[in-house]
Design a protein around this ligand. Structure first.
Ligand code: ADP
Length: 400
């Protein structure tokens, strides 16, 4: 017989001389019952000579029922042959086989059901011979628990990502009103400017402050936005007026970039049911992108056309263009094309995703068109026409 890998307990002496052998026995008995796993001591004939309460519970037996029974009673019939062989080999060469070694066995309950178990087989070499202290763990319930934990973790991670997404959107959306406020404040510092320009600058400050206020209100809506819901408050609005306001907000940027701007707006009011603040945001974002992704001295065109049941807003530029394969993906959150990323560090790939969600919330749509890289882009927004004449239209004055 080979030497066992575990020390023999032959002639063991207590290191704690103050503990009597009876006390030591009591302690070891307590340990035996306190462990969460099933523990059984098997003799060389494969009989269970000792077991803890957990063993009975795991296999559905009363403890007395298992005493002096062969270990094979806990193993499915078809596996008993290999099990007996395995046990014989173990006793002739008693090497420690720890749990968690990746070996999954099958256990058999009293009611005939089978379940996956992990078995540890440490040999016990005593004066009277070799025994084995068999430890058994029900890995089905352990796997269930782990699966439950994994699902819980996934949920938490998703919630965390959604919160990050919302904060990024908020940061992005705060930028444009703050830029407009800063520019208008600069104008207000110049007493030599005509009265109407200063009045308009003051109006933009108020309007944009209101936008910031709305965005901050969104913070309170975090639980809803987290699930992709954006609140829109619709009133009857003249889309051309909204376009004029967006133009007024973007004009400083467009001029700074040296672009020319052409606007083709209907002479008569064109009514839609929309959230005015959100629609200004949509047009402002599209105009900002047109200015941003067009090399200096470009041409930008904004037009509103009348469709049968809807109104169509077109924002065109002769800038860097969009490859055909990216015309849809640019509306995904955090999508930025290489061309944009290389040349324009500023941007998080949030604006178009935000616009798409807003348009969906309005029962409208947004689409991108381009003949390819370097060939300019066109963004087309469609909004259903309002069916009613507006008694409650919120007046919006814009300058050009
Ligand atoms: P951001 O501009 O902050 O990157 P957007 O969501 O507004 O985010 O746009 C997503 C991407 O779509 C941009 O990074 C750019 O690659 C592309 N894009 C948007 N507008 C235009 C445009 N007018 N011309 C060319 N590419 C554009």
């Amino acid at each position: 017989m080979n030497q066992p890998s575990t020390p023999s307990v032959q002639g063991e002496k207590s290191a704690h001389s103050e503990l009597s052998p009876a006390e030591l026995r009591a302690i070891s008995n307590r340990f035996f019952e306190a462990v969460a796993d099933s523990v059984l001591v098997i003799d060389q004939n494969g009989l269970i000579i000792r077991l803890n309460r957990q063993t009975g519970e795991m296999f559905g037996y009363g403890c007395d029922e298992l005493l002096n029974q062969p270990l094979g009673i806990l193993i499915p019939d078809r596996l008993r042959g290999p099990h007996v062989k395995h046990l014989r080999e173990f006793f002739s060469n008693p090497k420690n086989r720890p749990m968690n070694s990746g070996f999954v066995a099958l256990g058999l309950r009293k009611d005939g059901t089978e379940f996956a178990i992990d078995i540890g087989l440490p040999p016990l070499v005593m004066e009277s011979g070799v025994f084995v202290a068999c430890t058994i763990r029900d890995i089905v319930s352990q796997e269930h628990l782990e699966e439950k934990l994994r699902r819980h973790m996934k949920g938490l991670e998703q919630a965390d990502r959604n919160k990050d997404l919302f904060l990024m959107m908020l940061i992005h959306e705060l930028r444009s009103p703050l830029a407009a406020i800063a520019y208008s404040a600069e104008l207000l510092q110049k007493p030599e400017l005509p009265h109407n320009v200063r009045t308009e600058a003051a109006r933009i400050v108020l309007k944009e402050t209101n936008l910031v206020h709305c965005l901050l209100n969104d913070l309170r809506e975090l639980p809803r936005i987290k699930h992709g819901l954006l609140s829109v408050t619709k009133t009857t609005q003249d889309l051309a007026e909204i376009a004029r306001l967006a133009v007024a907000i973007n004009r400083p940027l467009i001029e700074r970039c040296g672009h020319t701007l052409e606007t083709v707006l209907p002479a008569t009011p064109q009514y839609v049911q929309c959230d005015a603040t959100r629609m200004v945001q949509v047009m402002t974002n599209l105009l900002t992108n047109a200015a941003k992704y067009t090399p200096e001295g470009g041409h930008i065109r904004l037009c509103i056309e009348e469709g049968c049941d809807d109104l169509v807003i077109r924002v065109q530029d002769n800038g860097i263009g969009i490859p055909e394969g990216s015309l849809t993906s640019i509306f995904e959150m955090f999508s930025r094309l290489d061309g944009a990323r290389q040349k324009y560090a500023d941007g998080m790939g949030i604006g178009l995703a935000f616009i798409r969600r807003l348009m969906e919330a309005h029962g409208g749509s947004v689409k991108a068109y381009s003949a390819g890289e370097g060939k300019g882009s066109e963004f087309v927004v469609r909004l259903p026409r309002a069916q009613i004449t507006p008694p409650d239209t919120v007046a919006m004055v814009a300058v050009e």
